[in-house]
Every structure is written in structure tokens, then in C-alpha cells.
Design a protein around this ligand. Structure first.
Ligand SMILES: Cc1cc2nc3c(=O)[nH]c(=O)nc-3n(C[C@H](O)[C@H](O)[C@H](O)COP(=O)(O)O)c2cc1C
Length: 373
């Protein structure tokens, strides 16, 4: 009989099996950790969009206002902003290291992004009990918001800030109740900025045609595709380490290692992209063009404010939206698009589609500490 305390001996074959099993498990854990989006991404996304800390007092309250400002829409999720806190004033400045020189050579979308952040900041400031006085950018490239104590004005738009997202999936075709459509249509404007709602088949056909043409031109442009790839985050590891950029799952795409994702995007045929966006537009209930009488920094900031206000209004009504700016970003198409839609002297700035859909994962933001100067 074998002594009961004899140590089990591992045969060579079992040792090889065990080693193989351990390697496979380790590789599995590594893959899961790298590409399984549900592990710590959701935790980070929840922290990004946590509710406003109402009990915070100055100066922490200013930091909360900045955090809510950073939840705004912004081109390629570059988060092209910096904030400075001085007494009761918050300054918003462009972060030029985050420019998009190919798709946005004039910094038009950069300033629109700052306008989106400004709008979130103003909505949050009113809810937190401040009246705000805004100075728009001049030669010094700064937006200044002076805060003075006032009665708190909570609003559905404030509650919508952490819920708003760009939902780039196809929509389900369910109609928007007339009463809700009316609420969207009366979104308050800024001086010089207009909203053109398009729901008629002829208008939608024009939009489909121009978005398709915009896609054909952009995806045939190597510089556009390369710039886009630098801001794509193909898996949660990339998204979590940069806390910016366009994470695959936020656009309804699967996770991939960078080499594979890059190969896939670089190999996208312009026509494939055009067809995909045509299908998304056809699933949408309508489109909205944000236009402005001027094409300068102030007009762009005010455009961003109106767009963010519209997006928050839709979010409060559980309506999803996404931007498709191709015909405005391609310089040669922009004025043709303006004429085709009969916008007169108003330059198109943003093109929005809307409808109903399930929410996609929330995109991340850098911390307040990373955007304060
Ligand atoms: C000026 C501007 C231009 C944008 N253009 C597009 C676009 O053409 N296509 C798109 O899918 N999203 C576009 N977006 C949306 C951003 O990619 C999005 O806001 C950003 O990735 C952050 O994600 P979130 O809106 O879900 O928070 C744009 C946003 C802004 C402010």
C-alpha cells in the first residue's frame, strides 16, 4: 500500500498538459482583460458620467461645473479644451494640441466643440445656483464665464447632461409624438444661428445624396483616413489609457486589436461607408441642419451652444441623435449643400439625424485635473 502522505508525482505527459492549460488560461485572461469591454470600461464610464455633486462648495463646485462641461459633444472626442478657474470666473480655451488639421483645418469644429462645453457649463451653473455672464472669444481666443450667486434653476436639460450621447446606430423607425417634435422645434436659438428641420422625403433625399458624396470624398482621402485612425480607440485598453477618442463600441463596432482595426478602417471602401450612412439616415425620422449667418469663432461657439441644447432637449425626451457632417466638412460640397437645402446666406455648420434606439456605451472623458490649467 502507498503511504498516505506520498506526494503525487506528475508524469511528463501530465506536466505538459498542465503547462498547456495554464498557458491557455493565462492567454484567455489576457485577451479578456484586453478586449472584454464589460470589465472595467463600464466602471470608468459610470465614473465619467456620475451625477453632479450638489453638496460641493467652492472651489470644488467650479470643478464639478468643469466636469459637466467636458461631458459635451466634441469632434472625434478630442476634447480640445482647457479650463482656467479664477475667483468666480471660468475660462474655456482651445487646446490646440488636439486640433484636427485635416478634417477641420479652420478650427471651425474645434470652436463648435467649445460652444458645446460652454452650453453644458451654463446649464449646470444655473442648476447649481449661479447666473452667468459670458464673454465670447475675440483675438485672445478665450471664452469667459463670470458666475454670480442666484436662485438654483434645475431643468430637464441639466439632468440630461450625463445621459446625452452620440448614438451612431441605426434607429428603429418609431415615430416621434407631435408634442415632442414641437418641443424640439422650439429649442431656443442664439443670435445668428438657425435650425432647419428636414422631414420631407425630397429634403431627406438631398441629405442622403450629400452625405454619400461626402463619404466618397473623405474615405478616398488618405490624410482623412489616417487622421481618423489616430483618434480611433479599437479596444477598451486603448480607450481606458487615453480617456479620449472614438472607442469602437461607442459606434456600435466590435473590439479589435489595433493592427486589425487599422487594417479594417484603412481598407474601408468609400462606397461601403456611403451605403452604411445612407441606411442610417433612412432609419432616422428626420434631420436638422444647424446653420449660422457668420462663419467666425463667435458664430461657431454659438452654433455649439444651440446644437448641445438641441441634443440635451432630445435626450430629455429619450430621442437619440448623431451627427453626419461629411457634406459640411468637405469644403467643395459645403456651399452646394447650402444651396441645395435653400439655406440662403446661412452657412451650414452641423447636420444631425434623430430617432429612437437603445443607448450605446458612453464615451469616456479625461479627468478635470487633466483639463485644468
Ligand atoms: C463639431 C462636431 C462635429 C462632429 N462630427 C461628427 C461626425 O461627423 N460624425 C459623428 O459620428 N460624430 C460627430 N461628432 C460627435 C462626436 O464624435 C462625439 O460628440 C464625441 O465622440 C463624444 O461622444 P459623445 O457625443 O457620445 O459624448 C461631432 C461632434 C462635434 C461637436
Amino acid at each position: 500500500m502507498k503511504p498516505s502522505n506520498s506526494r503525487p508525482t506528475l508524469s511528463r505527459r501530465n506536466f505538459v498538459k498542465l503547462t498547456a492549460a495554464v498557458s491557455v488560461t493565462a492567454a484567455g485572461v489576457h485577451l479578456l482583460d484586453t478586449y472584454a469591454p464589460w470589465l472595467d470600461y463600464d466602471q470608468q464610464a459610470a465614473a465619467t458620467a456620475q451625477p453632479f455633486e450638489k453638496e460641493a462648495v467652492m472651489p470644488d463646485q467650479m470643478r464639478e461645473l468643469v466636469r459637466y462641461a467636458t461631458l459635451a459633444a466634441n469632434g472625434h472626442n478630442t476634447q480640445p479644451w482647457q479650463f482656467a478657474l479664477r475667483d468666480n470666473t471660468i475660462e474655456i480655451r482651445p487646446d490646440v494640441s488636439r486640433r484636427l488639421p485635416v478634417v477641420d483645418p479652420q478650427d471651425r469644429e474645434l470652436w463648435i466643440s467649445l460652444g458645446c462645453a460652454l452650453e453644458n457649463l451654463l446649464v449646470a451653473a444655473r442648476a447649481a445656483g449661479y447666473a452667468a455672464d459670458v464673454t465670447y472669444p475675440t483675438a485672445d481666443d478665450v471664452i469667459t464665464v463670470r458666475l454670480a450667486a442666484d436662485t438654483p434653476q434645475p431643468s430637464p436639460l441639466f439632468d440630461a447632461i450625463p445621459l446625452r450621447q452620440s448614438t451612431r446606430s441605426a434607429y428603429d423607425g418609431q415615430a416621434v409624438p407631435v408634442a415632442d417634435l414641437e418641443k424640439i422645434q422650439v429649442t431656443p436659438l442664439e443670435p445668428g444661428v438657425t435650425l432647419r428641420f428636414v422631414t420631407d422625403p425630397a429634403g431627406m433625399a438631398t441629405i442622403v445624396e450629400y452625405v454619400a458624396e461626402g463619404n466618397l470624398r473623405q474615405y478616398a482621402d488618405q490624410a482623412f483616413v489616417s487622421e481618423l485612425i489616430t483618434w480611433l480607440r479599437f479596444n477598451k485598453k486603448e480607450a481606458l489609457s487615453s480617456l479620449d477618442g472614438l472607442y469602437s463600441r461607442c459606434s456600435g463596432n466590435p473590439e479589435a486589436p489595433r493592427w486589425l482595426g487599422r487594417m479594417f478602417v484603412a481598407g474601408t471602401k468609400p462606397q461601403q461607408q456611403a451605403d452604411a450612412d445612407t441606411a442610417k439616415l433612412r432609419s432616422s425620422l428626420g434631420a436638422v441642419v444647424v446653420a449660422a449667418d457668420a462663419d467666425d469663432k463667435v458664430a461657431w461657439v454659438r452654433t455649439g451652444q444651440v446644437y448641445e441644447r438641441l441634443a440635451l432637449t432630445m435626450t430629455a425626451l429619450n430621442i437619440k441623435s448623431a451627427l453626419l457632417n461629411q457634406p459640411i466638412e468637405v469644403a467643395e460640397l459645403r456651399s452646394q449643400f447650402q444651396s441645395a437645402l435653400g439655406l440662403g446666406g446661412a452657412a451650414p455648420q452641423l447636420l444631425v439625424r434623430y430617432g429612437y434606439a437603445a443607448a450605446l456605451p458612453r464615451s469616456l472623458r479625461r479627468s478635470v485635473a487633466q483639463v485644468l490649467i
